[in-house]
Ligand binder design. Structure first.
Ligand SMILES: [Zn+2]
Length: 267
């Protein structure tokens, strides 16, 4: 496989927000890494696969103290978090981050036939043998790559705040995709970092750790949030109309499947 020393790409979204991503990674496991600049400190929302050093890549772009937040502990979001001194996660997934050693599903054979079939139907086909198209260095061992133990330095819950000096994000507990999924909500600007609770692509609702009853409550809550822009854990950012359309689509399909959906008229 070819070697690519430049592992991350980045694009400024506005004065203070930068999107970082791993271009040599298939969309299924390529998460959005968001950098938010604050007056006193900066936030990094999710950290990708940990294949190459996000910390040194970030050091070339940013100059300030970084707090790394895991929107949840799926391997494609926490691979690089061990590199940062300040690590934030929801209390219900803190143990997963402390433990490390979660397998990285970088190869087609890491998924069951059933999972591959479902992912294909959702528009995330697992076709190539390996889900990365380059290596950061010749010695990188795809089969041996795991998450690393990275105990959080702060566990958070609903209503907690992450304060950057001139801006402040409220933690929203958004379970469903995973038990400890969180969003970071800035009411003053209408910006929501939503992790995998919602993004503009097929949501994975049928994988270990997902809970549809929780997810329905989360989706109903998201639909009511006065967002201006949602920066998700995958795919492109979107606005409130799209958020409501996505939420309605899932709530309808879950209701049909017999999931208890809040805020709807009873039978
Ligand atoms: Zn996830």
């Amino acid at each position: 496989m070819r070697i690519e020393h430049r592992w991350f790409e980045h694009r400024r979204i506005d004065d203070d927000i930068t999107l970082i991503w791993e271009p040599w990674v298939e969309p299924l496991i390529r998460c959005n890494i968001w950098h938010v600049r604050g007056r006193d400190s900066d936030l990094l929302v999710d950290t990708g696969l940990g294949i190459a050093s996000l910390r040194s890549a970030a050091r070339d772009i940013f100059d300030k103290r970084l707090t790394a937040v895991a929107t949840h502990t799926h391997f494609d979001h926490i691979g690089g978090i061990h590199e940062f001194e300040e690590r934030v996660v929801h209390e219900s997934e803190a143990a997963v981050m402390a433990d490390g050693s979660s397998p990285m599903m970088l190869r087609a054979c890491d998924f069951s036939d059933e999972e591959r079939r479902e992912l294909g139907e959702l528009g995330y086909p697992v076709e190539s043998e390996v889900l990365i198209s380059a290596l950061p260095e010749a010695s990188f061992d795809i089969a041996a790559h795991t998450t690393r133990a990275a105990p959080c330095t702060r566990s958070v819950r609903e209503g907690d705040r992450l304060d950057l000096g001139d801006r402040s994000f409220e933690v929203l507990h958004l379970p469903g995709h995973s038990p400890g999924s969180i969003g970071l909500w800035e009411a003053a600007t209408g910006i929501l970092f939503s992790g995998d609770a919602v993004y503009d692509g097929a949501l994975l609702t049928n994988f270990p750790g997902a809970d549809l009853d929780d997810y329905a409550r989360t989706m109903h809550r998201l639909r009511e949030l006065p967002v201006r822009v949602v920066h998700g854990g995958h795919e492109a950012s979107f606005g409130r109309d799209r958020l409501r359309a996505i939420a309605d689509q899932y709530l309808r399909s879950w209701e049909k499947a017999g999931v208890a959906v809040p805020g709807q008229d009873g039978p």
